[in-house]
Design a protein around this ligand. Structure first.
Ligand code: BES
Ligand code: MN
Ligand code: ZN
Length: 509
């Protein structure tokens, strides 16, 4: 595992395998970023010319290794691009996270490195640490050890002596968030033959115990006895029975209670409405919402946030078999409402409906669900942006703002009431699929039917960004990305800092 600490030593004096410096796109071309001064001196002032000659422009994503100058003790220098140069004031936290991520990826297999990127504030130290921990991530559990390249070992973030205690705390905080986000990535990357509802819930129990969280698991018998028709219905076609997991972080000084609900389909074959080849290869990703919720609750506990956070993981495997739910079957959901299953591949909303109703019973102040819910949302927003739908405009803005600050791309999507008519059923209260156009919004409208009126609720459809099918970039690896983890943690942090949107609700609640 990659570890991060801070140091005030000058970069050129450190005996490390590598020193990372930043370059940026200035008005007159390539420019060195703050932090690189010391290293530049050791090159006798020729460093910028050298980097230009080697083709660097300072653009985000660039990384180039240089032999270290003779006077330096480091093995080599790694220059990484920060994008547009910043004249006055700090570099944007996301630019720092991405550059640190690029550096950490370029340093895999290296033991020690000094990070001489612009660490001019405590926030910058936190961003550089988080970017490093996330960029260093590798999923190698299923490879022969000979094929593995170890993540970079030890990173020293070089920073000014001011506020050392705060900087150390920022490093710890970023390490916790990075480790938990990486835990979510591991779960997403784990194949369906090893991660199924029972093994997932066992993992939640053991991690929950480690960090003092309260964990309760409803198994298939308890789910049937409790009338959780959605989770039971989706899970009944699989040889691996479903689970509903509740994981709770409570704090004696909490003034706010948040509920997070995650879609945890450990593999989505589509069921009897089977997905064709070309659409079923990476459906192990379909538990990304549950992984994000799990990681965020554990992070809230490890950070000791003064807020109560209850996570709900709706775990099932969606498989076709003689016992599977059929198109046309009617399920009686938790709480008593009935759903006609017209398409067994619209299973996420079925498990989430049960979990949303159950989560609401604990009377949280707000509820957020996270799900790889629709291909339509992936079509609409692409691979990097998740959609945010809500029954409450002010709360939706809180979620979007938390995402932006956390470095995640999110975009508001509407819940146009007229689309609900597309989900009308001839026999039940509602159908689980219907009109294809606006499918991501219809899914949101379906979920909204299971949220009590007056309870602020947001739905995050992470079908696009949950899994990176392309090349790595910034601190984002191939495969599971940990989408929504940082947004959920930021929401928990915000709720700890102040009651739910107290600042803008104007006494509405
Ligand atoms: N898990 C899928 C959505 C998905 C697709 C996530 C691709 C990530 C990548 C979901 O269960 C699903 O199959 N949704 C259907 C719903 C439809 C049948 C109403 C869809 O979006 O096509
Ligand atoms: Mn599906
Ligand atoms: Zn699904």
């Amino acid at each position: 595992m990659t570890t991060v600490s801070i140091s005030t030593a000058p970069a050129a004096a450190l005996r490390t395998d590598a020193v990372v410096i930043g370059v940026a796109k200035g008005p007159k071309g390539l420019a060195l970023a703050p932090g690189a001064e010391d290293v530049a001196l050791a090159y006798d002032g020729d460093l910028v010319e050298l980097l230009r000659a080697l083709g660097m422009t300072g653009a985000e994503g660039e990384a180039l290794r240089l032999p270290a100058p003779a006077s330096a003790k480091a093995g080599f220098v790694l220059a990484v691009g920060l994008g547009d140069a910043v004249d006055d004031g700090p570099y944007d936290a996301e630019a720092l996270r991405r550059a640190a991520g690029v550096a950490a990826r370029a340093l895999s297999g290296i033991d020690t490195a000094a990070v001489a990127l612009p660490a001019l504030s405590v926030d910058a130290v936190e961003a550089l640490t988080l970017g490093s921990v996330l960029g260093a991530y590798a999923f190698s559990a299923y490879r022969a050890s000979a094929d593995r390249t170890a993540p970079v070992g030890e990173l020293l973030v070089l920073t000014a002596p001011e506020g050392r205690t705060a900087a150390v705390a920022a490093v710890t905080r970023a390490e916790v968030i990075g480790q938990e986000l990486n835990r979510a990535r591991d779960l997403v990357n784990m194949p369906g033959n090893d991660l199924y509802p029972e093994s997932f819930s066992a993992m939640v129990q053991s991690v929950g115990q480690t960090y003092g969280l309260q964990v309760e698991v409803l198994d298939e018998t308890a789910l049937a006895d409790g009338s959780f028709g959605g989770i039971v219905g989706v899970g009944q076609g699989s040889a691996s029975p479903p689970r509903l997991v509740r994981i709770a972080h409570t704090h004696p000084e909490a003034r706010t209670h948040l509920a997070f609900v995650g879609k945890g389909i450990t593999y989505d074959s589509g069921g009897i409405s089977l997905k064709p080849v070309g659409f079923n290869e990476i459906m192990k990703r379909d538990m990304s919402g549950a992984a994000a919720v799990f990681a965020a609750v554990v992070a809230a506990a490890r950070l000791g946030l003064p807020v109560n956070v209850t996570g709900w993981l709706a775990l099932a495997e969606n498989m076709p078999s003689g016992s599977a739910v059929r198109p046309g079957d009617v399920l009686r959901m938790y709480g008593g409402r009935t759903v006609e299953v017209l398409n067994t591949d619209a299973e996420g909303r079925l498990v989430l409906a049960d979990a949303l109703v159950r989560a609401s019973e604990d009377t949280p102040d707000a509820i957020v669900d996270v799900a790889t819910l629709t291909a339509a949302m992936k079509m609409a927003l692409g691979h990097r942006i998740f959609g945010v739908m809500s029954n409450d405009d002010a709360f939706r803005d809180c979620v979007l703002d938390a995402a932006r600050r956390a470095g995640e791309e999110a975009w508001p999507m509407p819940l146009p009431a007229q689309l609900l008519t597309g989900l009308a059923s001839q026999v039940a209260d509602i159908a689980n699929s219907g009109e294809r156009m606006g499918g991501g919004l219809a899914a949101g409208l379906f979920l909204q039917e299971f949220v009590p009126t007056g309870l602020p609720w947001a739905h995050l459809d992470i079908a696009g960004p949950a899994f990176n099918e392309g090349s790595p970039y910034g601190y984002t690896p191939r495969g599971g990305t940990g989408s929504a983890v940082r947004t959920l943690i930021a929401l928990a942090q915000d709720a700890a800092d102040r009651p739910p949107h107290a600042a803008d609700a104007g006494g509405q609640r």
